[in-house]
Design a binder for this molecule. Structure first.
Ligand code: HEC
Length: 100
């Protein structure tokens, strides 16, 4: 994975590396059932907690902090690297901080 990432990095710097992590993050969010709990809270669809008007997360730093909080508070057992993947996935899918 890393080697492919480096090889592609020369051609398409951001795309090559980010894509793998976003996909990894998507799987982690599904595996850890993040959405089922958020859904119970918002009574909306799976993405409602991230897109609600009064959302907590308004910057990349806050996104990282919130993922870490949900992870440790709830004992989900994500490794720091996995937290990063989840952050990449949520950013690419909902928040788009790095796209601005
Ligand atoms: C047992 C319930 C539960 C689980 C499981 C859970 N969360 Fe949460 N999460 C919450 C609650 C409750 C909030 C809302 C907190 C608030 O409004 O203060 C929240 C909020 C968030 C937010 C901020 C949304 C916003 O912009 O306001 C993010 C990001 C988030 N969770 C990520 C995750 C991720 C990633 C996972 C899985 C690895 C996860 N959560 C698992 C309960 C949970």
């Amino acid at each position: 994975m890393r080697i492919a990432c480096l090889a592609f990095a020369a051609l398409a710097p951001t795309l090559a590396c980010a894509a793998g992590e976003v996909e990894e993050g998507r799987k982690l969010v599904a595996e850890h059932r993040c959405e089922s709990c958020h859904q119970a809270k918002t009574l909306g669809d799976a993405s409602a907690v991230y897109l609600r008007k009064d959302r907590k997360v308004t910057s990349m730093a806050k996104l990282k902090a919130q993922v870490a909080l949900c992870n440790s508070e709830l004992n989900l057992g994500l490794f720091p690297e996995e937290e990063d993947h989840v952050v990449d996935f949520l950013d690419a899918t909902y928040y788009r901080f790095s796209a601005k």
